[in-house]
Design a protein around this ligand. Structure first.
Ligand SMILES: NC(=O)c1ccc[n+]([C@@H]2O[C@H](COP(=O)([O-])OP(=O)(O)OC[C@H]3O[C@@H](n4cnc5c(N)ncnc54)[C@H](O)[C@@H]3O)[C@@H](O)[C@H]2O)c1
Length: 257
């Protein structure tokens, strides 16, 4: 029996990286529908095709998580395709331009806030309204980051700021939605081997392979599937008392200074 047998999930940012690994694991663990909500049509359609060829119940919809009307579309699309929504994973994120406090690019910070924080908040609002109307509870998982609390002498302001706000969104949602048996948790990865990590290393001029060795307790990068398995557990009937919590899944990145 799969961990999410019979459940229907929406995964934002599901076209690639950690989101794609989450979609994959949802299907392997018995989900009867997984919607990939991502604004990148090319990768979104490619991932949909790849998984449909395996016989998995996936459907792609082009959506920008910062848009309210797109969230309306995502809920309508998912319920029309698969009849309900039991799980929402708010994975999509925008990384800012890396500007520090002395050379802030306010436009870039606002833009990251729109996608990361407002995207998570709007997704939680629209999907939990649907979950409430179904009356069968649900599970929402938000994506924070192990970069929260790492106060570096230089580096971008927007990303840790948005990821810290997402932890607060998680707790507020958990408190207000618990009465409807909707759980809301947060996962904080550290250094995960995805396209995003490669792009960030390239931008910073650092070697992507030399990155994690001495920065984590376990001495290696995290694989996307290792984040996905914790998320699946959080959405399963094994985690029915987990809510309002942040799960640091980072190989010990947070405890290495
Ligand atoms: N990779 C890491 O090391 C790492 C570490 C900590 C946290 N995270 C978090 O994990 C999540 C996934 O990271 P990843 O490395 O897989 O990223 P990624 O860039 O590889 O994938 C992100 C996906 O989100 C989509 N997306 C971006 N903006 C969107 C928007 N406005 N609307 C809809 N879709 C949008 C992109 O098209 C892409 O498919 C993010 O929330 C990220 O902050 C990643």
């Amino acid at each position: 029996m799969g961990k999410v047998d019979g459940k229907v999930a929406v995964v934002t940012g599901g076209a690639r990286g950690i989101g794609k690994a989450i979609v994959e694991k949802m299907c392997e663990e018995g989900a009867t529908g997984v919607v990939i909500a991502d604004f990148n049509t090319e990768t979104g359609k490619a991932t949909e095709k790849e998984f449909k060829e395996k016989g998995w119940p996936v459907a792609y919809i082009q959506a920008d998580v910062s848009s309210e009307s797109d969230w309306q579309k995502v809920v309508e699309f998912t319920t029309a395709q698969f009849g309900k929504i039991d799980i929402l994973v708010n994975d999509a994120a925008k990384i800012g331009d890396g500007h520090g406090i002395l050379e802030l690019d306010a436009k870039a910070v606002r833009s990251a806030f729109e996608v990361d924080v407002m995207g998570t908040l709007l997704g939680t609002e629209y999907v939990s309204r649907q979950m409430k109307s179904q009356g069968t509870g649900g599970s929402i998982v938000n994506m924070s980051s192990g970069h929260v609390g790492k106060y570096l002498p230089t580096g971008g302001v927007d990303y840790p700021l948005c990821k810290a706000a997402i932890r607060e969104v998680t707790k507020i949602a958990a408190r207000q939605l618990g009465q409807f048996n909707i759980r809301c948790n947060c996962v904080s990865p550290g250094l995960v081997a995805t396209e995003l990590h490669k792009e960030t290393c390239k931008r910073l001029g650092v070697d992507e392979n030399a990155f994690a060795g001495d920065k984590t307790a376990l001495g290696r990068m995290t694989e996307p599937s290792e984040i996905a398995s914790v998320i699946i557990w959080l959405c399963s009937n094994e985690a029915t008392q987990a809510t309002g919590a942040n799960f640091q899944v980072d190989g010990g990145y947070g405890i290495v200074s």
